[in-house]
Design a protein around this ligand. Structure first.
Ligand code: 9MJ
Length: 693
């Protein structure tokens, strides 16, 4: 070899090592030390060198991750050591019984000196089980589980997974090592991939598990190479030393997994030593609670006896070990029939399609319906009435219809069409409209529609609004349906005797509710504003409006320009507020609330915010107790300015005895006029209203 070729070879091997090391840091340590761009540069250098020297390309070069030529069919592989499956358990009693059986056997064998069994608990990944075979540290074979004895040869595909090392590292690499684990896709990778697939008009997948299985079973490894698959190890098969003897370097399952990690393999994270059934059940509870926050789907946890000698004594039944068990979580996805699509009318009149399902137990509850959001969403998912659909309920998230099982279609399914199926509001019969470019169809009846009225009341009573405890949706439904309550103000005339005649209402709870309603008569102004349910006025905007204007009347009277002065209020919000208060029935609600004794309380202004910030005040005449200088100092201290002449920009004129032409000018321009008490109130109030500075 020429010196130049020698240099190139050295550079080649250095690049391969660097890239493999970066893969390991990323997938095994979960702690990358280079940017993606830097990694890509190293890979580009390697590809260039290999293009110049094709004779040097080897199967374990990281460049081979792009995928080899397509296959006609997968070959079959006989596993050197059978791949096991696991028995399943669902109930705590099953786990207690499992632990007792294990403890009993081990006690008889004299293998339970401490009286309690030590286990390792792991996640149960919901992916595809595979076996990787390394000979002299090189990946030579990858296979699916198949029936446990014979699987499919997916070596070319497995090589494309960056988390699968092509070579093992370290001083104690055995002559033969079969690693068992799971190939899966994280939920984030799955979402990204599905979006890309959809953007290209390609097939999308229903869930990460199907995506992982579909991607791994590609006959064209170049396709697999583009799919974001990951591998995690949780066990081993054959392990041989140079002499062909079976050897295990460690006597415990947990230590064996640590060893696999040291060889450069990504090992199942989240594993934990546990003692006895109580330890296992605590692990189950912890992981169950954290399940929704994990980056990938797990369908349970797995418990394995830690001591390998004990495992051997326990042995197997049929294909499953007696030393391990899977403790499953309630399924998060199930398949059921979509029997119909109903439409619900929301607070703002939005018609929301809701799938009516044949009841199905999923995510720990029985689900009978699931939102479909809007018509476009139904079309995007191509969900049809009568379809078998995948229903998902993860954590406390509301159930959703993931998509149809197209293979089960009979041809009798019906496409949903809002326009022809719901030409009018299904609740009040009023006209509906779907503005150009919007995804949502709305009932146009506003508060005349009982559905909107109920939702509005429920929203007004909610915690962020008037916080009326005990006013639930069932009761609101009855109050509206019976015609007793039309608007928010009607709630304040409810008596406890009357309320106690409603179903499920005792005298005690009726009295509590009346008390809660009574307490809501003094809401902070911002909460009352929020409770009105003005479009685009959320918690923050309501608070800004309340601080700026200080009273409901000032807000009702404010022009769009005046509203625009408030931080966070832009043209859309200002127009929405104006539109709301220009409707007579909305102003009536406010008048009725006042008549019912509802008086909102102006909000305290945070320290540092001055009540007269940006306002100009004109003083005229002699004030009863304050000198001109004192009044001026107080106004300046409150962040205001004092001017000698009245204009449209004047926020207030403060007038005392013998006020002159300035008072007349103020009256002419409509500038508010205060006396000394009025000024003092202003200075002690939260940030003042009045015309803009
Ligand atoms: C999964 N699916 O995560 C096993 N598994 O052990 C874990 N599967 C298993 N262990 C023996 N963590 C047979 C299967």
């Amino acid at each position: 070899m020429s010196p130049a070729a020698g240099d190139a070879r050295q550079r080649l091997s250095a690049l391969r090592e660097q890239i493999a090391e970066h893969n390991r840091r990323y997938y095994v340590e979960d702690a990358p030390t280079v940017s993606d761009a830097e990694y890509d540069r190293l890979m580009a250098d390697l590809l260039e060198l290999e293009a110049a020297h094709p004779e040097w390309v080897t199967a374990d070069s990281p460049s081979q991750r792009v995928g080899a030529a397509p296959l006609d069919a997968f070959g079959t592989v006989r596993h050197a050591v059978r791949m096991l499956s696991l028995g399943n358990a669902f109930e705590p009693q099953d786990i207690e019984a499992f632990d007792e059986r294990v403890a009993g056997t081990l006690r008889e064998a004299g293998l339970l000196p401490q009286g309690v069994v030590e286990y390792v608990a792991e996640y149960k990944f919901d992916g595809v089980a595979v076996s990787l075979r390394y000979e002299d540290g090189r990946l030579v074979l990858a296979a699916t589980r198949g029936d446990g004895q014979v699987g499919e040869d997916i070596t070319a595909n497995a090589r494309t997974l960056r988390s699968v090392p092509l070579r093992l590292r370290g001083p104690d690499v055995p002559a033969v090592l079969e690693v068992r684990g799971e190939v899966l896709m994280t939920r984030a990778d799955f979402d990204r991939m599905n979006q890309a697939q959809a953007a290209h008009g390609d097939k999308t997948f229903v869930n990460p598990r199907n995506a992982a299985a579909g991607s791994l079973r590609q006959l064209d490894p170049r396709i697999t190479a583009t799919r974001p698959l990951r591998f995690f190890a949780y066990g081993w098969g054959q392990v041989l030393d140079e002499a062909g003897r079976e050897v295990l370097p460690h006597g415990r399952h947990g230590a064996m997994l640590d060893w696999l990690g040291a060889l450069g393999l990504p090992v199942s994270p989240g594993r934990r030593p546990c003692r006895g059934a109580a330890g296992l059940l605590a692990f189950y509870a912890d992981i169950g609670a954290a399940r929704a926050t994990l980056p990938y789907d797990i369908d349970g946890v797995v418990y394995k006896v830690d001591d390998l000698k004990s495992q051997e004594v326990l042995g197997f039944v049929a294909r499953a070990p007696r030393f391990a068990i899977a403790h499953k979580f309630p399924a998060q996805e199930e398949t059921t029939r979509l029997e119909g699509i109903d439409v619900q009318v929301g607070r703002t009149g939005a018609l929301t399609p809701v799938g009516r399902l044949r009841p199905v137990f999923v995510g720990g509850v029985t689900v009978t319906n699931a939102t479909l959001h809007n018509e476009d969403e139904i079309r995007r998912k191509d969900v049809r009435i009568g379809d078998m659909v995948v229903v998902r309920r993860a954590g406390d998230v509301i159930p959703e219809i993931v998509g149809p099982v197209e293979a089960l279609r009979t041809g009798a399914e019906v496409v949903f069409d809002m326009g022809t199926m719901y030409p009018a509001c299904p609740v009040c019969g009023s006209a509906v409209e779907r503005p150009e470019g919007e995804a949502i169809t709305r009932c146009t009846a506003g508060l005349f529609c009982p559905a909107q009225r109920k939702q509005t009341l429920w929203y007004a009573a909610s915690r962020k609004a008037l916080d009326i405890e005990g006013l639930g949706d069932k009761l609101i439904e009855q109050l509206v349906d019976s015609g007793r309550v039309h608007t928010l103000a009607d709630l304040y005339s409810l008596g406890e005797l009357e309320l106690s005649t409603y179903p499920r209402m005792g005298l005690k709870s009726a009295a509590n509710l009346v008390e809660a309603i009574g307490q809501s008569r003094r809401p902070p102004l911002s909460r009352l504003l929020y409770a009105l349910g003005i479009r685009h006025v959320g918690e923050t905007t309501a608070r800004d409006l309340a601080r700026h204007f200080g009273s409901i009347d000032a807000i009702v009277a404010a022009s769009e320009d005046e509203l625009l002065v408030v931080p966070e209020v832009g043209p859309v919000v200002a127009a929405s507020i104006r539109r709301f208060f220009s409707e007579a029935h909305n102003r009536e609600v406010i008048a009725d609330l006042r008549a019912a004794g509802v008086e909102p309380v102006a909000e305290a202004v945070p320290v540092g915010e001055k009540p007269l910030a940006g306002k100009t005040v004109v003083l005229t005449g002699t004030l009863p107790s304050l000198s001109r200088d004192e009044a001026t100092r107080m106004i300046l201290a409150a962040g205001g300015k004092v001017s000698g002449s009245v204009s449209r920009k004047t926020a207030w004129v403060v007038a005392g005895d013998e006020a002159g032409s300035k008072l007349a000018k103020a009256a002419e321009l409509g500038v508010p006029i205060l006396d000394e008490d009025g000024l003092k109130a202003l200075l002690s109030a939260p940030r003042a209203g009045g015309p803009p500075a």
